[in-house]
Design a protein around this ligand. Structure first.
Ligand SMILES: [Zn+2]
Length: 291
């Protein structure tokens, strides 16, 4: 299949081992995210890695709800986040100091200058959970490996790539020994070594069957169903209205007096929302009518 048309994630495992994996490849789902702004190439690539990462996380941490990964730091990058819900809708955004020259290859450590990552799990029902991940090494892959080590206590390896047209990720994890089949103790070392030979061009340019064949033609790979993924924004008129209300009644009233209405553009999807006094009358009560 033409890899430039693929937007999906696929789970796989290796027979007679305790190693499982995931592979995600995104084309238009990623392009929809980066076309919302004019990003420098370096940021298109870094945002693509975040999008591929959240897609992988989404299939590993299976919750009914929203999962997000966000970078926080003191460098010129003021915001970087990607999000995925249970329907495999993806969205993401980056904000940076536009006066700053952004290199084509960004070191996460450098750009976040002492920052960290926040992984947030927001179930539809139940408590929100946030995990903080220190920036280790230069790349997002290394940070994620650290996260899995901390949160699941399972050895995991992650490879990510993005080029402004596609983003992709490969994930391997060694499951606890009791789930292991007998007789293949070298499997983890062998399978991760083979994966580490993967080139960015292969990760981005080959469909999952071709990629796994290229890396693992001597292994027995078992493929599970694929899940399609797409760009999708969770904003709505109601949620935007709630955000407007949260700034406070005095501020809302002031904005209405100054501007006649309150206009809000969604930063993820560019949807435009406008609220007039009539929309806000419940919040403002009778006083809204009196100016
Ligand atoms: Zn939106």
């Amino acid at each position: 299949m033409n890899s430039a048309l693929i937007n999906e994630i696929q789970r796989f495992s290796f027979d007679k081992t305790n190693v499982r994996g995931e592979r995600v490849l995104l084309s238009s789902a990623y392009q929809e995210i980066i076309k919302r702004k004019v990003y420098p190439l370096g940021l298109e690539k870094l945002l693509g890695e975040f999008v591929a990462a959240i897609a992988l996380l989404r299939d590993i941490i299976k919750i009914d709800g929203v999962l997000s990964i966000q970078a926080k730091g003191n460098g010129y990058l003021s915001a970087l986040m990607a999000e995925c819900d249970e329907k495999h809708n993806l969205r993401g955004i980056a904000q940076w100091d536009e006066a700053q020259e952004v290199p084509d290859i960004i070191s996460l450590k450098e750009v976040l200058a002492g920052g960290y990552l926040v992984i947030t799990i927001t179930p539809r029902n139940g408590q929100r959970y946030q995990g903080i991940v220190e920036i280790v090494g230069e790349s997002l892959s290394e940070c994620l490996e650290q996260y899995f080590q901390q949160s699941e206590q399972l050895p995991s390896r992650v490879w990510l790539a993005a080029n402004g047209a596609q983003c992709a990720g490969l994930f391997l994890q060694r499951l606890p020994a009791e789930q292991a089949q007998e007789g293949d103790e070298d499997a983890w070392a062998r399978l991760t070594h083979l994966a580490s030979t993967v080139k960015d061009e292969e990760l981005l340019g080959l469909d999952t069957l071709e990629l796994l064949h290229r890396l693992y033609h001597e292994e027995e790979v078992r493929l599970y169903d694929t899940n399609p993924m797409q760009f999708g924004c969770s904003c709505s008129r109601q949620r935007t209205l709630e955000a407007v209300i949260s700034i406070g009644t005095d501020e809302v009233r002031q904005l209405l007096i100054e501007q006649g209405s309150i206009k809000v553009d969604c930063q993820f999807c560019a949807e435009k929302y406008e609220f007039t006094e009539a929309d806000l009358v419940d919040l403002l009560g009778d006083q809204a009518q009196t100016h």
